[in-house]
Design a protein around this ligand. Structure first.
Ligand SMILES: Cc1ncc(C[n+]2csc(CCOP(=O)(O)OP(=O)(O)O)c2C)c(N)n1
Ligand SMILES: [Mg+2]
Length: 382
């Protein structure tokens, strides 16, 4: 006898909810230790406030960093720099990241990170060599533990994973921090880098500066994710989001992220919510894709003013110290201006020297082409 199966009646149950205590998930809100006016918020259980001396040094380097940035933009207008992607407005991220690291840790910067590199103590003229169009990189990456600034988006994410894995493999406690923009988190290399680092427990901090634009593409056209920090969770990487214009919170969150990586727990991803106040580069016109009201909102969240207000209220800054720091920033800019007026001696033929150990026939052909053009130029000038 055959029986007709009866429909199984299931009781309905509430939809599955993500476990809020899941250790990989970022907090639902940006971590913030100062409000936008610079008033301290209640202490955070997971992110203790960094020591006040570190915050004063953060302030000093942010002020110098901002002055450097302004000077670099001016140099483009004077024809001394080919191009400059400004980081004005992102000072808390640029400097906070550097201060969270040890000198023997590595950074993997993009074109946007000139300020971070100078905050690391690299000579600004060496940093600007790339943007002046003189050479691929003006500083010694191994000596400065800083990779060349990357223009191909997100490729540095893979480099950082490889270097960090290699360092750990050799028993060293190096951490690699890689900067990456919001737009570049859509690139395959970002995902491959994070995945590799997660699987092989490479000590990398992926530091996403979400400045809300990829040139003219706004965040709303870049991702549907509620936070870019969610992109780490899918790969098994603990992630956090922080107010990127709160310097105290940026340093606190990155300090913890770096400690996590150094302790051998693998990578950590931090999304910092920030804003670039200037156009993408000096060659861009930002008024074509964003309005002045939006920029004004972010002007009110200025990270330098925010930290200054807080440190003054704590008695760690006064008019004398503020004036001294401003003086140091002016000296820094004047020295840079002066030295950028020196015309560098660059031999274009050296461009071919370090591409391959054994040059390919194509490269040799291109080398000859350039040599012929240079000789023709010289003969024309004579
Ligand atoms: C692989 C690749 N694709 C496209 C570009 C062109 N490009 C240069 S910067 C940029 C926007 C990147 O935006 P984001 O990652 O948010 O960084 P931000 O410039 O805002 O710091 C694009 C598309 C590039 N450099 N490399
Ligand atoms: Mg961006």
């Amino acid at each position: 006898m055959t029986t007709t199966p009866r429909a199984v009646r299931r009781k309905s149950r509430p939809a599955a909810q993500p476990d809020p205590a899941h250790p990989l998930l970022p907090a639902g809100e940006q971590i913030r230790l100062l409000d936008p006016a610079g008033t301290p918020l209640p202490a955070h259980p997971d992110y203790p406030e960094p020591p006040v001396e570190a915050l004063v040094e953060l302030y000093r380097r942010m002020v110098i960093g901002r002055r450097f940035d302004l000077q670099a933009t001016a140099l483009t207008k004077q024809g001394r720099l080919a191009v400059y992607p400004s980081a004005r407005g992102q000072e808390a991220c640029q400097v906070g990241a550097v201060l969270a690291l040890r000198d023997d840790d590595w950074v993997f910067p993009t074109y946007r990170e000139s300020m971070a590199l100078t905050a690391r103590g690299i000579d600004p003229v060496e940093v600007l060599t790339l943007l002046r169009g003189d050479w691929h990189c003006g500083y010694d990456p191994v000596l400065r533990r800083s990779a060349p600034q990357c223009t191909p988006l997100a490729t540095q994410c893979v480099h950082a994973a490889g270097l960090a894995y290699g360092e750990a493999y050799q028993g060293r406690e190096t951490v690699a921090l890689t900067f990456i923009g919001d737009g570049a988190t859509s690139e395959g290399d970002f995902h491959e880098g994070v995945n590799f680092a997660a699987v092989f427990k490479a000590p990398v901090v992926y530091f996403v500066q979400n400045n809300r634009y990829a040139i003219s593409v706004p965040l709303s056209r870049q991702t549907a994710a509620p936070s870019l920090a969610y992109k780490g969770v899918g790969y098994g990487v603990p992630s956090e989001q922080v107010d990127g214009n709160d310097p105290v919170a940026v340093l606190a969150v990155l300090t913890r992220a770096v400690a996590h990586a150094r302790a051998g727990h693998g990578p950590f991803l931090v999304e910092a919510h920030t804003y670039r106040m200037e156009p993408h580069t000096n060659a861009d016109d930002a008024t074509r894709y964003r309005d002045a009201d939006e920029v004004a909102v972010w002007q009110d969240r200025d990270p330098v003013a925010r930290l200054e207000t807080y440190l003054r209220a704590r008695g760690a800054l006064d008019d004398t110290i503020v004036a001294r720091v401003a003086g140091q920033a002016e000296e820094y800019a004047a020295d840079l201006r002066e030295r950028m007026h020196d015309k560098p001696t660059v031999d274009p033929m050296t461009l071919f020297d370090h591409v391959y150990a054994e040059p390919t026939p194509q490269l040799a052909e291109q080398r000859e082409q350039v040599r012929a053009e240079l000789t023709a130029d010289q003969e024309g000038a004579a």
